[in-house]
Design a protein around this ligand. Sequence first.
Ligand code: TXA
Ligand code: MG
Length: 334
Amino acid sequence: MTVNAATRSSKKLNTRTLKADHAGIAEAARIIAAGGLVAFATETVYGLGADATNAQAVARLYEAKGRPSFNPLIAHLANADDVRRAGVLNDVARKLAKKFWPGPLTLVLQAAENCPVCELARAGLPTVAVRVPAHETAHALLTAASRPIVAPSANRSGHVSPTVAAHVLADLDGRIDLILDAGPTRVGLESTIVDCSGAQPRMLRPGSITREEIEQVLGMPVQDLSDAVSQKPIAPGQLASHYATRARIRLNATDVKPGEALLAFGGTVPSGADPARTRNLSPSGDLIEAAANLFAHLRALDALGPDAIAVSPIPATGVGEAIGDRLARAAAPR
Ligand code: TXA
Ligand code: MG
């Protein structure tokens, strides 16, 4: 099977479209399990799906969307039992889940211990966004793949969300493996997002489930942060403080100073580097591999307690832009 041929090598390869019938779902589940990218219908908009447990697949997803930064992604799950393995459902979350799932509601939860959703998909956050979609295609795919699937809207970064398969094709042809065509989506607007990770529930994004409905179920007011989020096109998860390492970060380093650890990229590692204090994001210079390794390597180097982490130059092309964005935040003065 030529999974990822499209995303990996060539813009000439066209993306296949299949009907979202039994055979289509089975093929889609195979591609997801092999680390590929599949666009599928949910009741809100078409999502671009990847195996949430596979950092390489998630890195390919960011690359295909052309996202300049690692926004945290929503993990889609087949049912509330699967959600419990990913995140901690407090009282508020349980009430909302019972009332609105399956459906167009996303909950931000404290990530569970051993959360299967990889760190790259969570953008390094201690929280995880989860949703149990109501669309039968989404549900069938999640069941067949039997793993959480992250799915941002299936459009190029900065474009509007797709509500029919043709929109997906127009944006992502040649960049993803498969589109499952299930006709137009019902809601046409991304899910409502409620942050249940803290003491007070907060609304992060409005959607077809309204704040009034949510307040009625909870019997308490819900703070509305959606304005703040939309005026500042920075997801809460992207604030610089979330990315802080203990060690300072020194970018574009071509040498390693005493007391520094090295986050290398590519085949030429600077002289003076101590192998015990070096992690290479991708010895072969593959940006997708580098993105998949970024959070784990940063964490591992930081745990060694260096004064600073010197970071080799990384090209700002493709997903390299998001890697640079992440590193610049980590390097920002604080
Ligand atoms: O309706 C939808 O939700 C669609 C369909 C495909 O399910 N998906 C979607 O995903 O709209 P996306 O990636 O376009 O939007 C995800 C939003 C972003 O605004 C992101 O900042 C927020 O969810 N988000 C994800 N994880 C978060 C977290 N841990 N904390 C706060 N916000 C989070
Ligand atoms: Mg989107």
